[in-house]
Design a protein around this ligand. Sequence first.
Ligand SMILES: [Zn+2]
Length: 224
Amino acid sequence: MKFKKIILFCLELIFPPHCIFCDKIVAPGTKICQGCVCAIKPVSAVRCMNLPDSGQNIPCAVLYSYEDQVRDSIIRFKFYGEKSNAEFYADQLSELIGNRMNASSFDVVTAVPISHERKKGRGYNQSELIARKIAEKLNLPYRECLEKIRDNPEQHLLPRTERMKNVKGIYRADKDLAAGESVLLIDDIVTTGFTLCECARVLLENGAKAVSCAAIAQVERTPC
Ligand SMILES: [Zn+2]
């Protein structure tokens, strides 16, 4: 492990790393520039989302507000192939989950899925990249418990009143993978929370014992 770190450090001398947030070149061994360390204050909060119909509360850990450099960084990660950012987000989220949630109660980590077509086009599911790394860090298995069975318009492009309808019935859970398990569900951005709520509902309906969520950033406060 130490040897791997030395190799990585040497590589970063030749190919300097870029700030996760603003993309400026930073010193080897660092991930954020001094300007972003000062400017970006994590929210680091655990909020609750109320599942419509059941009234059940689902905790959701969130690292940042989705604005300014955080938004730019997630856009580069999600749409422009900066997959290496997943390691940083997973580090930060694992720490928050470890500090603020009962991480030892989780049995399995999963991610909010994207459709097969979108995954084929983009080449990866950004939430899955983070979820797999979080699973490694928390020493838990990663499983694809959920599947998105059809594409839908992006939540942030719709008026709030349409968003709950937009995600209804578009996810399917694998009973064999979710039943009896306490599931940690990972997403990249929380907007209204309807996507996470719908995924949690489907998991619980398919026998999951409990669902907790975590995301990099939140656009607006989830319904609570
Ligand atoms: Zn920066």
